[in-house]
Design a protein around this ligand. Structure first.
Ligand SMILES: *[C@@H]1O[C@H](CO)[C@@H](O)[C@H](O)[C@H]1NC(C)=O
Ligand SMILES: *[C@@H]1O[C@H](CO)[C@@H](O)[C@H](O)[C@H]1NC(C)=O
Ligand SMILES: [Zn+2]
Length: 558
């Protein structure tokens, strides 16, 4: 999951209202990797990227709020069943499914052992649902559970979650109030790594299915649960990366009704109003390696700039010329801010700014002033993360490399990002009299004096936006309002990270990144004392329970 900060008014009156700030601060801590003003470099302005959605002022409207859609049945909790629910949640947290970036293959690396334990536990903990499902294990540890519906003409509902967690560094163990894998229930919280990200959601999915099946309910629409095991690693190629194409083979392109994955949640108080923030878009992802080749030689007779000096110029040029800050109809945040603008205590100026593209840009800049997390939501970010070069202090470096990570804005693309970076790098190369080459592949590196750019790993375009009108939106948002609170305004939101659902864009446009919990009750994601309010776990079960039934009854457009 990834992250997000507080929302300032566009004018200089920021930091006045403690109430509204609370919401955005909670967002910052709550959104995991499930859940960012400077001068623009005028000479680098790119053409606007044309996509089917035109820049119409109409785009800045809060989606129509459907009436609450009440499911046929709700869970009648008893004290005992609430306790049992928390016991299941705690038990899941106690299995230390930590995933490391450098893990080997599942059948080779012993660090995967707890993952096999987790699958065994799941089978034992949810016998009713496990037996009703066709459970398939994909690529050793990917879990795919299909609850076959009676009507095959209905596209399946797919609910996702992951069962790996971010590793807990051993030197932080003693800083935890309750052990990181204790799953302790104390002071109304469930404590431990994975409580907030993402085991509450996973356990809720199995609990909700169990409640329904135990009551004699039988699915008309197929329900699918999938659980990845490498979400907390950048590319997630082993888990959902294998399950998604498998499901595309089975159900075909656009073969699912809806995909619901981890994401944002309920903001109880944004400018005096309660919102359900739903991730309906996600930024793109690109890693680029920059290489500078220069003549070697003795450092007693150096040129004015060594390879390291030239790389410094490149890094400096990138940081000095950040991508444009903007808010366009390509960003889910434009509709989201239109919703927030309707809040009781929202800054008056917002409504005026939302009227047209000029105002959107002003609003984007004001929003970006709220800190790095908000800035990241209104532009492509640049982070130079790795640098290598030089071997000896008396020898000139012949090859210097730096890797840069870009999270691509909704209105941009891999192509536009690469084009802009290449323009910046080409200028630096020219100034230093070096050959410049971009995107020519890893084949033959030029010899001698050069600057090159190459793409690393697997890049990702910004996600296609989830439609925020029509039958499936009404189904989703109506269920949120019925299960989580009729007063909620369901608002589109954007995520800066890339959750596992990136693998499913071929299977449906209706991707919702949403966890039903209030974001004030999900604390310390990815850090010491991660915990979740016990009552919010029960609410999450209720939400899934409602969604499955409503999707089952849904007869609208698929
Ligand atoms: C359920 O728990 C609440 C709070 O702990 C308590 O007040 C209530 O008496 C319990 N109800 C039953 C039926 O045990
Ligand atoms: C989506 O479909 C395209 C075209 O068939 C394919 O190339 C791509 O790999 C698919 N994406 C995923 C994530 O499976
Ligand atoms: Zn997560």
């Amino acid at each position: 999951m990834e992250k997000h900060g507080h929302l300032p008014p566009p004018a200089s009156t920021a930091h006045t209202a403690p109430g509204p700030r609370r919401g955005w601060v909670a967002l910052r801590v709550a959104l995991c990797a499930l859940l960012a003003m400077m001068a623009t470099f005028a000479t680098l302005f790119l053409p606007t990227w044309e996509t089917p959605d035109a820049q119409t002022p109409d785009a800045a409207h809060c989606p129509v709020q459907p009436a609450p859609l009440h499911p046929p049945t709700t869970i009648s909790w008893t004290n005992a069943s609430r306790a049992e629910s928390l016991d299941l949640f705690s038990a899941a947290v106690r299995i230390p499914t930590q995933s490391y970036d450098d893990n080997g293959e599942p059948d080779e690396d012993p660090r995967w052992a707890p993952f096999y334990d987790f699958i065994d536990w799941l089978e034992d903990a949810f016998p009713v649902a496990w037996q009703a499902a066709n459970v398939e294990i994909i690529n050793s540890l990917g879990i795919l559970a299909t609850f076959q519906g009676s009507d095959e003409s209905l596209k399946p509902l797919l609910l996702m979650s992951h069962y790996d967690v971010v590793p807990v560094p051993e030197d932080t163990f003693d800083r935890w109030t309750h052990g990181p894998f204790s799953g302790d229930l104390a002071d109304g919280w469930v404590w431990g790594r994975g409580t907030a990200d993402d085991k509450s959601l996973l356990v809720s999915q199995w609990e909700a299915m169990t409640h329904l099946l135990s009551s004699g309910w039988k699915p008309r629409r197929t329900v699918i649960l999938t659980h990845g095991f490498d979400e907390e690693e950048v590319h997630a190629r082993r888990g959902q990366g294998q399950i998604a194409p498998f499901l595309e083979d089975r159900y075909g392109h656009n073969g699912l009704l809806m995909v619901v994955d981890e994401g944002s949640g309920i903001a109880d108080d944004l400018y005096g109003t309660a919102f359900a923030l739903v991730g309906t878009g996600e930024k793109g992802y690109l890693d680029i390696v920059m290489r500078v080749g220069t003549d070697g030689g003795h450092s007693s007779v150096p040129p004015p700039h060594t390879g390291i000096g030239i790389m410094s110029q490149l890094v400096n040029a990138l940081e000095k010329h950040p991508f444009e800050t903007k808010l366009t109809p390509h960003s889910p945040l434009l509709q989201g801010l239109a919703c927030v603008a309707k809040a009781k205590d929202a800054p008056n100026k917002w409504k005026k700014l939302l009227r047209g593209p000029k105002g959107w840009t002003k609003l984007a800049h004001a929003f970006a002033n709220g800190g790095a997390l908000q800035r990241a939501l209104v532009r492509t970010t640049t982070a130079v993360d790795v640098i290598r070069g030089g071997v000896k202090v008396n020898a000139l470096p012949e090859l210097v490399e730096a890797s840069v990570n870009f999270r691509i804005d909704f209105s941009e693309s891999l192509a536009s990002t690469k084009e802009r970076v290449a323009k910046i790098a080409a200028k630096v190369a020219k100034k230093n009299g070096l050959e410049f080459r971009a995107w020519s592949g890893e084949g033959d590196p030029p010899s001698g004096r050069f600057v090159t750019l190459e793409v690393l790993g697997v890049p990702l375009e910004p996600a296609p936006n989830t439609p925020t009108s029509g039958g499936v939106w009404d189904l989703f948002a109506g269920t949120v309002r019925a299960a989580m609170g009729e007063e909620l305004v369901v608002a589109p939101f954007a995520t800066t990270g890339n959750t596992d659902c990136k693998m499913y864009y071929n299977l449906t446009r209706n991707v919702f990144r949403f966890m039903a919990a209030s974001m004030d009750t999900i604390v310390n994601v990815h850090t010491v004392d991660e915990r979740m309010k016990a009552t919010e776990h029960h609410r999450t079960v209720e939400w899934i329970h409602a969604l499955i039934q409503n999707a089952d009854a849904y007869d609208g457009a698929q």
